[in-house]
Design a protein around this ligand. Structure first.
Ligand code: E4P
Length: 216
């Protein structure tokens, strides 16, 4: 399972990358705005800064919602850096844009996916990644992780190449649950990733080992 970090915060990206387990980054317009990155020039520069920190895929989201606009933006984003993956929303024109960009050899991440039907369309269009938002489903009393398992099963059944990228991860258990159902990628904020490190018995055990070692 690949680990992506879901942030536009450069310090957090560096911290996750320094752990040596980071495979990529996802961003979205809200995450860019949260870091105060505004205007096309600044946003594009920020994508390049992110690509210069990590080695893997970096998702950059289009703002246009019409087919020509999404294609134009997508093609421009890919000129920024070879690691850029174009993030396209799951709408009718988005499916067409994914199909077109895929035919040009451009990697895509189909975002804002909330059902297995949408995930089937993304795979048929040739998306590199599909991003089901599990936390937002949990927010409306629907089991988000179940959707991940359902999509993984369907993709395996038909041997689709599209990778299931579990998004909108809110806590450490989401990561473990996504691993249990076979997600290809999890994208999460830094805290849930660091949360995987924690166990009180590790802390107690280490304290005792060190104390015993230091006994006179
Ligand atoms: C995915 O790529 C999105 O950027 C993200 O995971 C959305 O998460 P949220 O629901 O916490 O905003």
């Amino acid at each position: 399972m690949k680990f992506f970090i879901d942030t536009a915060n450069l310090d957090q990206i560096r911290e996750a990358n320094d752990l040596g387990i980071l495979d990529g980054v996802t961003t979205n317009p809200s995450l860019m705005a949260k870091e105060g990155i505004r205007g096309e020039e600044n946003i594009n520069k920020h994508y390049v800064d992110i690509c210069n920190i990590v080695e893997g895929d970096v998702s950059a989201e289009v703002i246009a919602t019409d087919l020509d606009g999404m294609i134009r933006e997508g093609e421009k984003l890919t000129t920024l850096h070879p690691q850029i993956v174009v993030k396209i929303p799951m709408i009718k024109e988005g499916v067409k844009a994914i199909r077109y960009l895929n035919s040009k050899g451009i990697k895509t991440n189909c975002t804002l996916v909330f059902s297995a039907g949408q995930a089937i369309l993304a795979a048929k269009a040739g998306a590199t990644y599909v991003s089901p938002f599990i936390g937002r489903l949990d927010d409306i009393s629907t089991e988000g992780v179940e959707l991940i398992g359902q999509i993984v099963d369907i993709y395996r059944y038909y041997d689709f190449d599209t990778q299931v990228l579990a998004a909108s991860i809110r806590h450490t258990m989401h990561i473990v649950q996504c691993a249990e159902v076979g997600a290809d990628v999890v994208t999460c904020p830094l805290d849930p990733i660091l949360g995987l490190l924690k166990h009180p018995l590790t802390d107690i055990g280490l304290e005792k080992f060190l104390a015993d070692h230091n006994k006179k």
